[in-house]
Design a protein around this ligand. Structure first.
Ligand SMILES: Cc1cc2nc3c(=O)[nH]c(=O)nc-3n(C[C@H](O)[C@H](O)[C@H](O)COP(=O)(O)O)c2cc1C
Length: 223
């Protein structure tokens, strides 16, 4: 029986903030409107995420609402690496909207917010923020379910709704099957984002993960 928590629906968003004068940010699925008058919103960030550190120092941030046709490489770039050691905006660029960076691309809309309260929830912090401005975009908002079912994407452990699945679980440390038992289709799992690819042969050296963009060396064969 499916865990009822898995029936809670979410969208997908890119948070943009500044780390000093360089842009930072990450993908989140936790964003909701709290009040309608003089709107307040809330997002939920892992305490280890650089994005939270940045917003605590500079409360102005943007939220870009991901559409079904937003470039999925944006999700890969912003959802699986930290701005501590990567320039996630490289290759995309950004616009500065009302003092917050917003990655260039096609989105359903953009929000500009100021964080005004931080609620400690243990591993995560709920950031309560006041809406300062909003800009319409286009497209159909991508739901978390669409991301999992259609894009076949996964979420890393820092996501509040992380679930361990066959795709994200560590590869089984069992002895290799004998050639007689070898399945016809081999499965390889990306050790960065958990994407699983099936192939009758070994993956080619120039294989690149379609979800997070890492090279062949990050794929481990699983049972
Ligand atoms: C689909 C998806 C949903 C995510 N949702 C959240 C979220 O709601 N909150 C969060 O803190 N991290 C979430 N993450 C994980 C962060 O994007 C990820 O940990 C990122 O590397 C943090 O980068 P940073 O250290 O630059 O802030 C999500 C990632 C993905 C791919």
């Amino acid at each position: 029986m499916e865990n009822p928590l898995y029936s809670i629906t979410y969208g997908l968003y890119v948070v943009g903030c500044f780390a000093g004068d360089r842009p930072a940010g990450c993908v989140i699925n936790t964003c909701f409107q709290v009040t309608s008058e003089n709107p307040m919103l809330a997002i939920c960030l892992n305490k280890n995420n650089f994005t939270l550190e940045c917003i605590k120092k500079n409360p102005r941030f943007s939220v870009s609402i991901i559409a079904e046709d937003t470039d999925t490489m944006i999700i890969s770039s912003f959802g699986f690496r930290s701005s501590r050691d990567a320039d996630k905006y490289a290759g995309f660029g950004y616009d500065e909207i009302d003092g917050a960076p917003a990655v260039k691309g096609q989105f359903c809309g953009r929000l500009v917010l100021d964080a005004c309260d931080f609620v400690d929830c243990g591993t995560h912090v709920i950031v309560v923020a006041r809406l300062k401005n909003s800009y319409p975009g286009s497209g159909t908002p991508m739901t978390y379910a669409y991301y999992h079912k259609v894009i076949k994407g996964s979420a890393p452990k820092n996501a509040p709704t992380y679930r361990e699945t066959a795709a994200t679980a560590p590869a089984a440390a069992t002895a290799p099957a004998s050639s007689a038992e070898k399945p016809e289709v081999r499965r390889f799992r990306c050790d960065v984002c958990g994407y699983v690819v099936e192939s009758a042969t070994d993956l080619p050296d120039d294989f690149v993960c379609p979800v997070c963009g890492v090279d062949r060396s990050h794929f481990v064969e699983i049972q």
